[in-house]
Design a protein around this ligand. Structure first.
Ligand code: ST9
Ligand code: ZN
Ligand code: ZN
Length: 332
């Protein structure tokens, strides 16, 4: 895999002159200026509004059905939650968006399958939108610009046409590493089929076939309810973790440390740290603490399926806390 671009992290807003580097195009660009004048009109996408509405109604019905589900079905729901969450956190996010560690082909295949089970756009599109989110955070070029409010950054951005700057800036990103990854491109070519199979059919048919769960419970609980909860847990990182929490590493940026979000998003709520040091594979200073994804990547390294985890040095973190933190820092 080619990783051609080296961006010094000192390009970041208020950046340190530090040795750590990001190997991908995910470093905050403080030279970008929003265009002056009237903002483009908000164009609603009714297909998405209707489908997201129906999905959430289906998920509520799934909640009602929980008492009728067998323990095996509830366990299976948890397994599907974990696989799809890891496909996003360890896969689309830490591996493919930030290249914060390296993964073998079998692990990349597992993560791509999990990613299709999560149905959050294919890995290429997800990582492209996420890199543009980091590079132009909280501006018109950020797909889920949190300055447009909780609703927009949570779900609203998926219900309207994108701001033209998102597309304009996104087209200039360096994405050669994603195009060179055959697992990423295979998933992209077969995305719709993989979603039908992994997000909907497999979660539904396994409990029905193997332990005789009713098709309704199997479809609405491990299917729709699990999918909707994973979606909302992911969206909370864009909304809640950009609004509520401390900023011990950089008080000049919006993203916050939010332990509640970290719990539901299996380790992705330490968002002030993550936006300050996006190349750190743990997305947190504190390793595996409230961070199942970091524990999973560590396990993969022990099994020989991953390596080259990138980490920020303690000295660099301490210097950054001193210089730009909000004085709320607590060790551990
Ligand atoms: C979903 C995504 O839910 C969730 C992401 C969450 C992210 C969280 C991040 C937080 C950190 C990680 C934490 C993980 C925690 C996980 C916890 C798990 C428990 N650059 O898109 P179009 C081009 S998805 C360059 O249609 P519109 C594009 O290629 C849910 N180019 O824009 C295309 O060109 P061409 C399910 C870009 O028309 C053209 O522009 N999916 C970029 O404005 C048009 O693209 C949905 O709901 C870019 N950045 O429509 C579907 N962007 O034609 C959602 C676009 O040449 N999507 N382009 O190919 C849509 O329906 C549409 O994208 C839209 C915008 C309506 C939102
Ligand atoms: Zn963010
Ligand atoms: Zn990120």
């Amino acid at each position: 895999m080619t990783e051609t671009r080296i961006h010094r992290a000192d390009k970041q807003q208020n950046g340190d002159a530090m040795a750590e580097t990001s190997t991908v195009d995910d470093v905050f660009d403080d030279t970008y200026r929003e265009k002056e004048g009237k903002k483009p009109p908000r164009i609603l996408v009714w297909r998405n509004i209707i489908l997201m509405g129906l999905l959430h109604i289906g998920a509520l019905y799934g909640l009602v059905l929980i008492p009728s589900a067998s323990w095996l079905t509830l366990g299976w729901t948890a397994v599907c939650y974990m696989i799809s969450a890891l496909g996003v956190t360890a896969g689309a996010h830490r591996l493919w968006s930030h290249r914060s560690y390296k993964a073998s082909v079998p692990l990349r295949v597992f993560l791509a399958l999990g990613n299709s089970m999560a149905f959050q756009n294919d890995i290429y599109e997800w990582a492209r939108d996420h890199r543009v989110h980091h590079k132009y955070s909280e501006t018109d070029a950020d797909p889920h610009n949190a300055k447009r409010g909780f609703f927009f950054s949570h779900i609203g951005w998926l219900l309207v046409r994108k701001h033209p700057d998102v597309i304009e800036k996104g087209q200039k990103l360096e994405l050669g590493d994603l195009r060179a990854d055959r697992v990423v491109m295979f998933q992209r070519r077969n995305y719709k089929l993989s979603v039908v199979l992994l997000c909907f059919l497999v979660p539904t048919l396994v409990p029905w076939y193997f332990w005789g769960e009713s098709l309704a419970v199997a479809y609405f609980v491990p299917g729709l309810l699990r999918y909707t909860v994973v979606l909302n847990a992911s969206w909370l990182v864009n909304s809640a973790a950009h609004m509520w929490g401390n900023r011990p590493y950089d008080k000049t940026i919006n993203p916050r440390e939010n332990p509640l979000v970290a719990i539901s998003a299996i380790g992705e709520g330490f968002h002030n740290y993550h936006h300050t040091f996006p190349f750190d594979y743990a997305t947190s200073e504190f390793g595996c603490k409230i961070n199942i994804t970091t524990a999973f990547i560590n396990l993969m390294c022990v099994l020989g399926l991953a390596n080259d985890r990138k980490r920020v040095s303690r000295d660099t973190i301490a210097a950054r806390i001193q210089r730009t933190g909000d004085s709320s820092y607590k060790s551990g």
